[in-house]
Write a protein of this length. Structure first.
Length: 146
């Protein structure tokens, strides 16, 4: 017989992120070798740096809160996927947050928004000024039985 364990939550983009102080050179190319050649950070026409969905972002995480699994949905054994697009402001806080793919149950969306509003990053600085970062993240709510 299977034993129930508490729900396990692991957002897709976070499962492989190493939380460490970034290395390299100031204004270096994101994703290149440490101490690589300076320059090359792609700033979009909107003045922001955009990273692809679920790709690791090269920012030091100062605070990350994981969403709580909504209790009613856990008891009903419901699972969900929520996709969000967020903008990290020049102060390191998430300044804008939009849901691109809603869960069927509003509680999953609410839990995701509540948690991400608590996130804080060390701002991205290019050529001496802070730059906003745009990222999309898939959040999976899955029950795991052991």
């Amino acid at each position: 017989s299977l034993k129930r364990s508490p729900a396990v939550f692991a957002p897709a983009a976070m499962t492989s992120l190493a939380i460490a102080e970034p290395s390299g050179v100031e204004n270096g190319v994101v994703g290149s070798a440490p101490r690589g050649v300076a320059g090359g950070m792609p700033v979009a026409e909107d003045g922001r740096v955009h990273f692809g969905r679920d790709k690791p972002i090269p920012l030091f995480v100062m605070r990350r809160v994981y969403p709580d699994y909504p209790e009613q949905e856990r008891m009903a054994e419901l699972e969900a996927t929520v996709v969000v697009r967020y903008i990290i402001g020049t102060d390191g806080w998430i300044k804008e947050l939009n849901i691109l793919q809603h869960a069927k149950q509003q509680a999953f969306d609410d839990a995701t928004i509540k948690a991400l509003r608590e996130w804080r990053f060390k701002p991205l600085v290019l050529e001496g000024r802070a730059i906003e970062v745009v990222h999309e993240l898939t959040v999976f709510y899955q029950l795991v039985y052991r």
